[in-house]
Write a protein that binds this ligand. Sequence first.
Ligand code: HEC
Length: 113
Amino acid sequence: MRMWLVVGLGIVLGLATLAQAQDVGDVPMGEIGDPQAGFEYAHAVCAACHAISQEKTPNPKAPRFKDVANTPGMTPTALKVWLQNANHPTMPNIMIRGQELRNLTAYILSLKD
Ligand code: HEC
C-alpha cells in the first residue's frame, strides 16, 4: 500500500519536474527540484519568518522569497550555496540538503517575476 503511494508520488513529482524544466533554462535536469514540494516545505519551515504566499513578511527582517528570487544575479547555484551555508541569525542553523534543497530552490526561483 505504502509502496504504491511512494511510486505514485514519484511519478507525479517526475512530471512536475519535467514541466518545470523548461522555465529554468540551462540547469541540468537532475539539479531541478519540485517547486510544489518546495512550497510545502517552505510553508512548514520558513513561513514563520518569510512571506510565502502572504504578502506581508511575518518577520520584517526576513526578505520575501519573491524578493530573493528577484535579486539581480540570483541563480539556482547561488541560492543553493546560500541555503547550504545558511546561518540564519535569528534561528538555530537550518540545514537543508539534497532533494529538499533542490525543491526549495525550484520553489523560490519560481517566484521570480
Ligand atoms: C526565525 C526566522 C526565520 C526562519 C524560520 C527562516 N528565515 Fe530565512 N531569513 C531570516 C532573516 C531575519 C533573514 C535576513 C537576515 C540575513 O540575510 O542574514 C533571512 C534571510 C534569508 C535568505 C537570504 C536572502 C538574501 O537576500 O540574501 C534566504 C534565501 C532565506 N532566508 C531562506 C530561508 C528558507 C529557505 C527558510 C526555511 C527553510 C528560512 N529562510 C527560514 C529569518 C528566518
